[in-house]
Design a protein around this ligand. Sequence first.
Ligand SMILES: Nc1nc2c(ncn2[C@@H]2O[C@H](COP(=O)(O)OP(=O)(O)OP(=O)(O)O)[C@@H](O)[C@H]2O)c(=O)[nH]1
Ligand SMILES: [Mg+2]
Length: 460
Amino acid sequence: MSPIIPLDDTIAAIASAITLGKGGIAVIRVSGPDAINACRRIVQTKSKKAWESNRVFHGYAKDLENEKLVDEILILVMRSPNSFTGEDIVEIHCHGGIIVVNRILDILLKSTHVRLANPGEFSQRAFLNGKIDLTQAESINKLINANNIRAAEIAFKGIQGELNNQINLIKNSLINQLAEIEARVDFEEDFQEFDYDKFSKNLNIIKEKINFLIETTNRNRYIENGISIALIGKTNVGKSSLLNLLSKQNKAIVTEIPGTTRDIIEVNLIIKDIPVRIIDTAGIRNTEDYIEKIGIKKSLEMIKECDYVIYIFDLTIGLDKDDEEIIEKIPDKKLISILGNKKDLIKIKKITNKKYSKNIIFMSIKERQGENLLTEKIIEKCGTKEYQDIEVLLNERQMSNLKDSLKNLNDTSDIFDKKLPFDFLAIEIRDSIKNLAKLTGEELTEELLDNIFSKFCIGK
Ligand SMILES: Nc1nc2c(ncn2[C@@H]2O[C@H](COP(=O)(O)OP(=O)(O)OP(=O)(O)O)[C@@H](O)[C@H]2O)c(=O)[nH]1
Ligand SMILES: [Mg+2]
């Protein structure tokens, strides 16, 4: 692939996380034709193996302005083409924290022609030099941003080329179909009559494969994005107590005064490997209090915005008409459970409403009774059992290309229904292939590329 962006300069950036007082070591990554020469200038070493490829050697970083040594470092050299970017790469492993790593980077930028890398520029170079395809580059970003094991596992499969493989399998099937049409156009007399049914069946099999990828992604998007669960109910039923119980911290104020919570309070947790955002809300009741009213409005909006709801009521009061009115506002597919709280208190009202009684779990948040049952309900409702075998999850860009590709194939239906000339099919199939090529990055404009890689962080 010939690069559409010039790659003749050399770039550098801090590739590790930088935090004051944390991280024993930090890594500066330098890539480009001048990487080795530039680093040679600021490194002092006695190593005989210095600057050989795939070797680590010991040395010191020095400030050229005053010849002062600023840190003791290890240097790793990977010569082109055997490196991540395909260019010469030097990694400088220095001490962590903020000051020293930034100082070495500054010295390098100041005393050589190396420039600071843009976000994602190392991955972009790896892509442009044909070391990885676009889906692999995007998977690196996903792996670094993964906030749970499942998401990390899927991202790693992406780096190994799983999504690319699956897309290429589909693309090759389409190329075969296209070849058949084109051969017929050129040498029609050598072929039997075009079999519309058979061709349509073949296309349907390909469409099913595309649909499978789209549906798997839609169903499992939460693995990467997490799911949001709102705690909804009247005042004083124990919503904030539940937030505190699940998050194992005293995040929300709990008092016996109805109307304690006025605003939305959120915590991020991992429940059985799923990232979950629990949202505590203001208790819903009729009130004249101006601030509380705003809070209640937010609670009602949250029913619409969140992915799931746990509805909570007080067992000593029972599930009354006011509760039912609120529950009716919650779509069935969002309702994880109706949670009857304060089971520890003796005075418990019987639940007469048969419609809801099946979905009620009894809990004492105060005495931590029923917590496991609630967690099971969450897992069950969020469909997490299905995600064991997921190989790929597409990001928005990839989904949009894949949907376009499917649309091209769906647009062929008229040709089959009306038995239009079969060579019309070639146009749609060719566009469908093109959309798949966009997905893997074979067909891209410079602008689109910049847009994709600018979402990466510096040093990647
Ligand atoms: N006995 C008993 N009391 C509980 C239980 N859970 C919560 N409480 C008490 O009920 C009162 C209200 O609890 P909160 O968690 O503040 O209730 P809330 O639903 O957030 O209330 P608002 O913020 O006013 O809407 C507090 O005094 C809690 O200690 C429980 O399981 N048993
Ligand atoms: Mg509260």
